[in-house]
Write a new protein. Structure first.
Length: 379
């Protein structure tokens, strides 16, 4: 896949310009939403209204040629606005859209894709209190009934935008075993009787991305509301991990840009602080990690599109690299901006968000374990 040509096309047809305009609006609103711990719904609607969501999804739902355009547009939004919460919400929307487009039945696609393309929100609820992101330990169950329908029972923790979402992807094991046993994905519609919302987390970062626990009590679902090949979750989340990687790279680049501007503006003894090699090193090292993460995300996307065996490992590596690049750049950003960096502002927010990105989408240990597993199997 030629990402360079793809990016040139997005530049020429005005898509990246739209992304920059939207990012400027998101950046302006970020302090208010951070303070109030609210999601920026107005700019989410603007994402749809200005045609950007359409530019990210391929035909027949959108105007892109593949799901690769989305990662380049996501990158542009992230690096221009530096707002991790909004960008993470977008990644979740994108992996759900792609997941439905590739793995959903025709009826599921018809029901959900147009609604999500209109801006209704999709959430993904994997983590549980006792199991973290270790899905094998999940206690959420889909119990088959005599009439062929299923009852969903269990709970999920820390689900981003669960309260705001119209659709929640809920991985759960079907029972009784072994006849119908196995992982499935419930396409849970908000408002179903038996769905309730629990604790709203007071996170140190990602405050613009409300995160809440959810409980399922005897929620009745028809078979058409379930994707039974639960193994496709791995494929869905592989794209998700690549998006996470690109998101981290874009946010790291945002920090690099902030540092570069400041290092030239701020003078000590009439010399810009950017003249100091220690300052240059912080900025250049951050850029090196950001660019490395970006390349790894693009390589992983290439691998996914070509269904290479290595795609799962590459996606985990890309996620790790993106989160680490953001972490390093945010830390350097706070240092380069001195006391101003430590004040409430984009870089102190980035510092806190970057710790969250290490955990959201699977922890460092989880992904290293996945990479080690791949290496072992293929040595
Ligand atoms: C901003 C944010 C948004 C989130 N959004 C969502 C969401 O939308 N949907 C969702 O499902 N989840 C979401 N999460 C939850 C996230 O996926 C979990 O926090 C993550 O999976 C870790 O689970 P845990 O917090 O229970 O940690 P634990 O599982 O308790 O892990 C604690 C530490 O122990 C390590 N550990 C645990 N088991 C092992 C092991 N076997 N080997 C080695 N190390 C191990 C972990 O890597 C981690 O470092 C979000 C989290 C954040 C921070």
């Amino acid at each position: 896949m030629d990402f360079y040509t793809l990016k040139m096309r997005l530049q020429a047809d005005g898509t990246l310009e739209k992304a920059r305009n939207l990012a400027a609006k998101i950046r302006k609103q970020a302090p208010v939403h951070w303070e109030n711990r609210t999601f920026d719904r107005a700019n989410w609607d603007e994402l749809v209204a200005c045609g950007l969501l359409k530019a990210m999804a391929p035909a027949p739902w959108g105007e892109a040629t593949s799901w690769a355009e989305a990662i380049l547009i996501l990158e542009e939004i992230a690096l221009q606005c530096g707002e991790a919460g909004f960008a993470l919400a977008l990644t979740s929307q994108l992996w759900t859209l792609r997941g439905l487009a590739i793995h959903g039945s025709e009826a599921q696609q018809k029901k959900w894709i147009p609604r999500l393309m209109q801006g209704e929100i999709a959430a993904t609820a994997i983590a549980e209190d006792h199991s973290g992101s270790e899905l094998g330990l999940s206690q959420t169950r889909l119990l088959k009934q005599a009439d062929g329908n299923f009852l969903l029972n269990g709970s999920k923790s820390h689900t981003s935008l669960s309260f705001e979402a119209s659709l929640i992807l809920v991985p759960a094991f079907t029972t009784p075993l072994p006849e119908t046993g196995g992982l499935a994905i419930a396409l849970l519609e908000a408002g179903k009787p038996g769905l309730s919302y629990g604790k709203r987390w007071q996170k140190m970062g990602f405050r613009t991305l409300p995160t809440q626990d959810i409980n399922f009590s005897d929620i009745s679902l028809q078979p058409g509301e379930i994707i039974f090949q639960g193994k496709v979750l791995g494929e869905i989340m592989t794209y998700g991990r690549i998006l996470f990687g690109m998101l981290g790279a874009g946010l790291a680049r945002f920090c690099v840009n902030e540092m570069t501007t400041w290092a030239q503006l701020r003078k000590q003894n009439e010399r810009p602080i950017g003249d100091h090699q220690f300052i240059q090193e912080r900025i250049v090292n951050s850029l090196l990690e950001a660019e490395t993460a970006r390349s790894m995300a693009l390589e992983a996307m290439h691998s996914l599109e070509n269904k290479e065996k290595e795609r799962f490992m590459r996606a985990s590596l890309a996620k790790l690299a993106g989160a680490k690049a953001f972490r390093l750049a945010a830390e350097n950003g706070v240092a380069v901006l001195g006391s101003r960096g430590y004040e409430e502002g984009p870089l102190s927010r980035a510092q806190r968000d970057s710790l969250g990105l290490l955990s959201a989408g699977g922890t460092e240990e989880f992904h290293k374990d996945a990479v080690w597993g791949f290496l072992k199997r293929n040595s």
